[in-house]
Ligand binder design. Structure first.
Ligand code: TYD
Ligand code: MG
Length: 455
C-alpha cells in the first residue's frame, strides 16, 4: 500500500511545510504545526465549484440595489452588521464555548419568519435543538433543521431546499470528504469555508457561520477563514455575568466600531437597548469608592460604574489588582497621583473593578478611575449624580477625549446632574446641554473641586 502523503500545516496562518517546525517562519507562532494527511489533490475537487462564469462590468452599470439589507428582526445584530444581513454574504460569529453562539444563531433563525431558513448543526442533534427552541419559546414554520457534518450533504440539502438564509453551527465540525484530515484542521476549515462561500455567492444566500475560538481568544482555524468571510463578529462576555457583547471585528458592508449588547436570560438572549441603565447601580449614595465614567465602546456611549477599594498594605509590596481595566494603566495612574498630586498611595493595596464584568479600553475612563481610587482612599463619597470623562496624562494633566458631545448627551439623558470633562477641548459646543458641565485641567485641581466643596 502506498504510504499516505502527509504535510505539516500551521494552524494559525495555514503555511505548509514537508516537515514539522517549532516556530512558524511565516506568522511566528510557536508549536502550531500539525501533521495532516493529504490523499486527494485539493484542486478542483469541490462539487460546488461549477461556476456559472461572471462578466466584467463597469461600476456605473451596477445598481446600488446590491446593498439591500435583510432585517434580522434583532436590532442589536442589525446594528453590528451595519443595518442587516447582505444577500450572499458570509458572516462568522466567533466566541468561547458556552457564551451563547448557538442560542443567538437559533434565535435569529426562529425570528426570521419571512424567510426560509436552513439551520445546520454539526454539534447538536435535532432533539437538542428542539429542546433549546422550546426554552426560547419560539417557533418558525419556515425554518428547517439539519444535523449534519458533511459539507457535501449540507450542500445537497441546501440545493434541494433553496433556503433564503443558512446557519451553520459550527464551521469546525463541518468536513469535506475530499480532504482526509480531521474536521477542524486548517485545510478542512479552509476548504469547507470556500465551498460554503461559493454556495452563498452563487445562490445569493446569506450564511451565518459559527466559529470556535482558541484559548488565547483568537478564532480557531487559520487566519484565512477571516479573509474568506465578509464579516467577523466576536461574541464575548464573562460567563459569570449575564451581559454579552457582540463586536464587529471585520465588516465588508459596514463599520467595525459598532457594538451589540445582549443579556442572557433563562429564555434566551434579550437585546439591551439602553445598556447604561443596567450597568450602573444608582443605590450607592453615601458609599465611597464608586464613580461613574462616561465611556464610549465602539461608537456607543455607555455609562459604567468604576469601583475601587484602597487599604493599607499588610505586606511590604502592596497588592494591585484590577478587573476590566488594564492593570498597567492603573499603576500608571497611581504613580501620577503620587508624583503629581502628592497622594501617598505607594503603601496602599488598590483594587479596581468595572461593574457588570465588562472590559473597557476607552482612555476617557481614567478620570473616573482616579476618582474612585481617591474616593475610597479618603473615604469621601462622590456625589451620586456626578459623572466623569477625561484621560489623565503623565504630568497630571486631564486630556481631551473623543466624542465628548455623545458622552455629555448620554449623561444628560440618564439624568445626571454634573459631568466633569477636560478643559482643553476644541470644536465642542457646550451650550446646548441642561446638565452642568465642569471643566478641569489638572488632577490636583480636580480633586479639590469634587471633594472639598462637600467636606
Ligand atoms: P450556547 O448557545 O450553547 O453556547 P455556545 O454555542 O456559544 O457554546 O449557550 C450556552 C449557555 O447559555 C448555557 O450555559 C446556558 C445558557 N442559556 C441560558 O441561560 N438561557 C437560554 O435560554 C439558553 C438557550 C441558554
Ligand atoms: Mg454551541
Amino acid at each position: 500500500m502506498a504510504k499516505a502523503k502527509t504535510i505539516f500545516t500551521c494552524q494559525q496562518c495555514g503555511a505548509q511545510s514537508p516537515k514539522w517546525i517549532g516556530k512558524c517562519p511565516s506568522c511566528g507562532s510557536w508549536n502550531s504545526y500539525v501533521e495532516e494527511v493529504l490523499v486527494k489533490e485539493i484542486k478542483n475537487t469541490m462539487p460546488s465549484r461549477v461556476s456559472s462564469g461572471s462578466q466584467a462590468r463597469k461600476l456605473s452599470e451596477v445598481t446600488a440595489e446590491s446593498a439591500k439589507r435583510i432585517d434580522t428582526k434583532n436590532a442589536e445584530l442589525n446594528r453590528v452588521l451595519g443595518g442587516g444581513l447582505v444577500d450572499g454574504s458570509l458572516v462568522l460569529i466567533g466566541g468561547e464555548p458556552g457564551i451563547g453562539k448557538s442560542t443567538l444563531a437559533l434565535q435569529i433563525a426562529l425570528d426570521m419568519k419571512d424567510r426560509k431558513v436552513l439551520y445546520v448543526s454539526g454539534e447538536e442533534s435535532i432533539h437538542q435543538i428542539k429542546l433549546r427552541a422550546q426554552r426560547l419559546q419560539k417557533e418558525n414554520e419556515h425554518c428547517y433543521f439539519l444535523s449534519e457534518t458533511s459539507l457535501e450533504n449540507i450542500l445537497i440539502q441546501a440545493a434541494a431546499l433553496e433556503p433564503n438564509l443558512m446557519v451553520i453551527d459550527s464551521i469546525q465540525t463541518v468536513s469535506t470528504e475530499y480532504i482526509e484530515s480531521s474536521p477542524g484542521s486548517v485545510s478542512q476549515i479552509r476548504e469547507c469555508a470556500n465551498g460554503i462561500l461559493k454556495y452563498a455567492k452563487e445562490n445569493s444566500v446569506p450564511v451565518i457561520l459559527i466559529g470556535h475560538i482558541t484559548k488565547d481568544g483568537s478564532l480557531a482555524g487559520p487566519k484565512v477563514l477571516e479573509h474568506i468571510v465578509d464579516t467577523v463578529l466576536q461574541f464575548e462576555g464573562e460567563n459569570q455575568y449575564m451581559y454579552r457583547i457582540l463586536r464587529s471585528m471585520k465588516n465588508r458592508f459596514g463599520s467595525t466600531s459598532e457594538l451589540g449588547i445582549f443579556e442572557m436570560q433563562s429564555n434566551g438572549l434579550r437585546e439591551v437597548n439602553n445598556p447604561s441603565e443596567l450597568l450602573i447601580n444608582q443605590d450607592h449614595d453615601g458609599l465611597s469608592g464608586t464613580a461613574i465614567a462616561a465611556a464610549i465602546e465602539g461608537v456607543r456611549p455607555l455609562l459604567i460604574e468604576i469601583q475601587s477599594l484602597t487599604s493599607s498594605a499588610v505586606y511590604g509590596t502592596p497588592q494591585r489588582s484590577s478587573t476590566g481595566f488594564d492593570l498597567r494603566r492603573m499603576n500608571m495612574l497611581l504613580a501620577v497621583l503620587e508624583k503629581r498630586a502628592g497622594f501617598k498611595l505607594a503603601v496602599k493595596d488598590v483594587f479596581l473593578n468595572i461593574a457588570g464584568g465588562i472590559k473597557v479600553d476607552d482612555p476617557a475612563i481614567d478620570l473616573a478611575v482616579i476618582t474612585a481610587i481617591l474616593s475610597s482612599n479618603f473615604d469621601l463619597p462622590v456625589e451620586k449624580l456626578f459623572c466623569f470623562a477625561g484621560e489623565v496624562g503623565l504630568s497630571g494633566e486631564i486630556r481631551s477625549v473623543n466624542r465628548l458631545e455623545q458622552r455629555i448627551g448620554e449623561a444628560e439623558k440618564l439624568g445626571f446632574k454634573k459631568i466633569f470633562i477636560p478643559k482643553n477641548i476644541k470644536n465642542v459646543n457646550l451650550k446646548n446641554y441642561s446638565i452642568e458641565i465642569e471643566q478641569v485641567s489638572r488632577v490636583d485641581e480636580f480633586f479639590r473641586k469634587i471633594f472639598n466643596k462637600k467636606s
